[in-house]
Design a protein. Structure first.
Length: 155
């Protein structure tokens, strides 16, 4: 079962496969004045992509996820350009039920990444969707700690 903001979004397809891919980010830092050695790597923020195919999904919950991911745009309409996702609750909470020790995965700040695929079928429609989870905090200063310790997901 997949939930979005506490509401049941849907079930994964027959394979029940959900793929979680961490997206680490690094900045190169040159430590060799002659540039003969590989640079040091400074770790920066990271995100997580969550891909899945849903069947038997709730279209109202999905429509709300699209609206949140576009900062209030109704599905099929052009969104307001330049608006930050963190403003006015643009990020949602994605929860994945887990058959392993009944421990759900929770992604605290997710949005639909770039696009989704919804082929319309006569028997059933399978929604292929990729979410991105980030460690969002409304105050990036965070008392000097920056984003350190902000939860991207837990299990």
């Amino acid at each position: 079962m997949v939930k979005y903001n506490g509401s049941e979004l849907g079930l994964t397809d027959n394979q029940g496969k959900v793929t979680i891919v961490p997206q680490f980010s690094y900045l190169p830092i040159e430590v060799d004045g002659f540039f003969q050695n590989p640079p040091e790597r400074q770790v920066t923020l990271y995100a997580v992509d969550i891909s899945m195919t849903l069947v038997h999904f709730d279209s109202a919950v999905f429509t709300q996820a699209v609206a949140n991911s576009t900062q209030g745009s109704i599905e099929g309409t052009f969104p307001y350009g330049g608006k930050l996702l963190g403003a006015n609750g643009g990020y949602g909470v994605l929860t994945l039920a887990s058959p392993v020790q009944n421990a759900p995965w929770t992604f605290n700040s997710v949005y639909i990444k770039d696009h989704y695929t919804l082929p319309i079928g006569a028997e059933r429609s399978l929604l292929e969707i990729i979410w991105t989870a980030v460690g969002y905090i409304s105050d990036p200063w965070n008392n000097g700690a920056g984003a350190q310790g902000i939860v991207v997901y837990d299990n």
